[in-house]
Write a protein that binds this ligand. Structure first.
Ligand code: GLN
Ligand code: ZN
Length: 761
């Protein structure tokens, strides 16, 4: 019985690759230094899998930045602006595409399916020539082979690659990207020939696009692509991997009819309906790579349950054709539990990071082969039982309160226009009120203060006075700038989710549980392991301190329940909706405490609401329903005169605009400037919006200072589609990653532009 791993994290157990990349980018180390760190990491991963007994070990899942960009390099699909003139693509061209350089901006990046990993979007058009310009796949195969490991080289599949790409600038938006398939396949054939010549006997194509809602044209592209590759692939075992959700019945049909494919990989953690498709018929003589170990979470596998699933599959596909695998690449989970020095042993026994998941996969394969490691299985069963019965996990009062929410509606008693009138009487704001999203620049000194307080190197008194001082500076600055609704700047927060997680019960934190987000950037999601409750107020002290420093309204600043959920590792022992309802109740208490403390404007950020949207359309309505409901629960208890704001990041809102309206916030600030003002087009098309809205007037992701006229122009564009009395003026997002020399002039211009337009109204 065999075992397989779809892919492995690249960053290293202590983010070695991140530091090597950043040092190279800063000119502090050489290309050779970087390559050495990378090859050491690869070697240790291959060794680890070999030692664990994994049979099908992947190669080419390493990347210096992103596997989709690696594919772009492999195909020589470099946009003309990077001035690449042919030959093997090196670091210069590669990192210019990824990050831009002094004269040319980077290529766009976007989310990889419904994960928090971002890939670099290929820019293609009818004039693009494709040539074999990066031999990374074969080089990694050979590198492993030289170390004595015969690997399965992994390529992003040609159809997934093309469907995820976008028409280059100047190319007609309706250009059919799939029409490039023959040209792209010509290069894939060369790569395959190279891999064969190097001795590969297996090859893996990742085609996660197969779990999305595919039209018949795209399904035909799958059939056509692999038919076209048939002769090139002959003699190789071909695995097509799908992951992140169920495949549709049509996709399953298309996939399993492919002649040249010998093995199919399915995500059986997220794709539970796929099991029924397999049970309904699986092509004889082919391999099933059964993804039973979750690649997207940090929980130890329930080995007994997985073994049952595998046993039932064995009856269908045959003993020698069943391969135990991960649900997707382990890229989306943390790296190694061994480095977690701060988690207690009980919680640790419930967890498995990538390194531990490899061992689980192999233990399952051995058990199927009749060599069950009884000790391993029984300690796993004991851990599962302890998690189930632990009083740290269950809080009955919370369970009851959350259960009571289901099936109810929760809306504020009066409608938004009545509320806005009541609020305006109290707040007396000018037309086109100005505000910011919450955070102000996080300086080196500020980080130091927080770090030293955490390490108990400075007293609470010293810490509080340093933070107060920072708030005072931010308040004074905003008054000088003449901003209407102020923020305290969030100096006490390291991260908008961690800050709340640390104060709520049911959360645990890792020291090294990093997951790659993009390039060298990683996030360290909290772990929600138990029922969530709020032992005491979390933000009231800071918000009321800030309010006491000014007569202008000071926004209370909270992170919403859906965002806390989507940016954490979540429980797998209850539905996501239930966990979110619990968080919503905790935030509701905080909202009401802020109101009691005299805070009249409260912002509840739902930066990541859009991110949690399921891949399949059939599941989206249900998600939006409980997500929006959870948001409303947080503020259903406030008076009409308390103004509830929310904020959302990311530019793709048009398809969920009705859900955004259904959140029933009084004011929403929303990213707008990076998306060519796509957001405004929904209003142009006549969507009715009665609440306050502040589409961002400038991009905070760039150090560029937006000129006054440009901002004024933006505001005018908004006035053309939105009524003047609901429009707010604010940047796209929080300012914490910017520096004061950028923030001061940018906000000065924002206020100047607003006043200019107010005078014209
Ligand atoms: N209030 C948060 C901030 O300003 C919002 C951040 C976000 O939207 N990602 O930093
Ligand atoms: Zn934002």
């Amino acid at each position: 019985m065999a075992s397989h791993i779809v892919g492995y994290p690249r960053m290293g157990p202590k983010r070695e690759l991140k530091f090597a990349l950043e040092s190279f980018w800063d000119g502090k180390s050489s290309a050779e230094d970087l390559q050495k760190v990378a090859s050491d990491l690869r070697a240790s991963i291959w060794k680890q899998m070999t030692d664990a007994g994994i049979k099908y070990i992947p190669s080419n899942t390493f990347s210096y930045y992103d596997q989709v960009l690696d594919t772009t390099a492999m195909l020589g699909a470099v946009p003309a602006r990077y001035g690449w003139t042919g030959g093997e693509i090196g670091f210069d061209t590669f990192f210019s595409m990824a990050r831009g350089n002094a004269s040319v901006p980077a290529m766009e990046m976007t989310k990889w399916f419904d994960t928090n990993y971002h890939f670099i979007v290929p820019e293609l058009g009818p004039d693009m020539t494709f040539t074999y310009a990066s031999h990374k796949a074969v080089n990694e195969y050979k590198e492993a082979k030289a170390l004595g490991v015969d690997t399965v080289p992994v390529l992003v599949g040609p159809v997934t690659y093309l469907v995820l790409s976008k028409p280059a600038k100047g190319v007609d938006k309706s250009f059919c990207l799939l029409s490039l398939l023959p040209k792209v396949l010509a290069v894939y054939k060369e790569v395959v020939a190279d891999l064969k010549a190097a001795g590969a006997t297996w090859i893996q194509f990742d085609e996660p696009i197969l779990v999305t809602d595919l039209d018949s044209q795209k399904l035909q592209a799958i059939s056509a692509a692999y038919a076209e590759l048939e002769s090139a692939l002959s003699g190789l075992n071909v695995l097509i991997e799908t992951y992140f959700a169920d495949v549709t019945a049509e996709a399953y049909q298309t996939l399993t009819s492919l002649n040249v494919v010998t093995a199919f990989g399915f995500d059986l953690v997220r794709g539970t309906k796929t099991l029924d498709l397999i049970k309904g018929g699986f092509p004889s003589g082919k391999y099933l790579f059964a993804g039973v170990v979750d690649g997207r979470n940090i929980w130890a596998n329930n080995l007994a349950t997985s073994l049952d699933t595998l046993n039932s599959l064995e009856g269908i596909v045959g003993k020698d054709k069943l391969v135990v695998s991960t649900s997707c690449s382990l890229l989306h989970t943390a790296v190694d539990l061994v480095n977690e020095t701060k988690l207690d042993n009980e919680i640790k026994s419930w967890l498995a990071f990538a390194a531990q998941k490899i061992v689980e996969v192999n233990a399952l394969a051995k058990a199927l082969a009749g060599q069950k490691d009884e000790a391993f299985f029984s300690s796993n069963a004991a851990a599962q039982a302890s998690r189930k019965s632990s009083p740290r996990v269950t809080n009955e009062a919370v369970q009851k309160a959350a259960a009571a929410l289901k099936g109810s509606d929760h809306r504020r008693a009066t409608n938004v226009s009545t509320r806005l009138d009541a609020q305006q009487k109290k707040l007396n704001l000018p037309i086109l009120p100005t505000t910011t999203i919450g955070s102000f620049p996080q300086t080196v000194e500020l980080r130091k203060v927080r770090r030293e307080y955490k390490a108990t190197k400075i007293s609470e008194e010293e810490y509080v006075s340093a933070i107060k001082e920072e708030i005072r500076k931010v308040v004074e600055l905003q008054e000088q700038l003449d901003i209407d609704v102020l923020v305290h700047g969030e100096p006490e927060r390291n991260d908008m989710v961690e800050y709340f997680g640390e104060q709520l019960s049911g959360f645990a934190f890792t020291v090294n549980g990093w997951v790659q987000s993009y390039g060298s950037r990683c996030v360290k999601p909290p772990i929600i392991y138990g029922d969530v409750s709020r032992p005491k107020a979390m933000t009231v002290f800071w918000s009321s301190t800030a309010q006491s420093m000014t007569k202008r309204p000071m926004k209370g600043m909270l992170t919403g329940p859906v965002t806390i959920l989507n940016w954490s590792f979540v429980r797998n022992d209850q539905p996501r909706s239930e966990t979110t309802y619990q968080i919503a109740l905790a935030i509701k208490d905080e909202v009401e405490d802020l109101e009691k403390a005299g805070i009249t404007v409260i912002q509840i950020d739902e930066a990541a609401l859009r991110e949690g949207l399921p891949l399949r359309k059939s599941e989206q309505a249900n998600y939006l329903d409980w997500a929006v409901h959870s948001f409303r629960i947080t503020n259903v208890g406030v008076q009409d005169t308390t103004q509830i704001h929310t904020h959302m990041c990311y530019s793709n809102f048009n398809d969920i605009i009705h859900s955004i309206i259904d959140m029933d916030a009084d004011v929403i600030t929303i990213e707008n400037s990076r998306s060519d003002e796509k957001l405004l087009s929904v209003f142009r098309e006549g969507v009715k919006y009665g609440a306050g809205i502040g589409p961002g007037v400038y991009d905070i992701h760039s150090p560029r200072i937006p000129p006054t006229e440009e901002i004024a122009d933006r505001i005018n564009k908004m006035l053309a589609v939105l009524e003047r009395n609901i429009l707010w003026v604010n940047p796209d997002c929080g300012l914490k990653t910017r520096k004061y020399p950028e923030v001061n002039p940018a906000l000065t211009n924002m206020v100047a532009a607003t006043k200019l337009i107010r005078n014209q109204l």
